[in-house]
Design a protein. Structure first.
Length: 115
């Protein structure tokens, strides 16, 4: 089992920045991909950004150039730096880890961007 705990969400004005953090614990050996997804009210959960162990990154088109994902494998952490936030970025953001093809999820952290 892998446990994921997110932090760093909050309320910010449009154009502002937030940094989300996610700490992984438990059976972290053999985790391949870590990343972030989000779910807005009434919408499906969607990919925001992911990073593999080989540092390959994948971003949603809507966040490219504004969000940056990073990992610190020594600390078992994954981060999401979010700049130039827009009201449409408002959602619950979930940390995700994939270990041996099994996905694990954090409890989510709310990000609210006011116009």
């Amino acid at each position: 089992q892998v446990q994921l705990v997110e932090s760093g969400g909050g309320l910010v004005q449009a154009g502002g920045s937030l940094r989300l953090s996610c700490a992984a614990s438990g059976s972290i050996f053999a985790i391949n991909t870590m990343g972030w997804y989000r779910q807005a009210p009434g919408k499906q959960r969607e990919l925001v950004a992911t990073m593999t162990n080989t540092r390959y990154t994948n971003y949603a088109a809507s966040v490219k150039g504004r969000f940056t994902i990073s990992r610190d494998n020594a600390k078992n952490m994954v981060y999401l730096q979010m700049n130039n936030l827009k009201p449409e970025d408002t959602a619950v953001y979930y940390c995700n880890a994939v270990r041996q093809l099994v996905p694990y999820w954090g409890q989510g952290t709310q990000v609210t961007v006011s116009s």
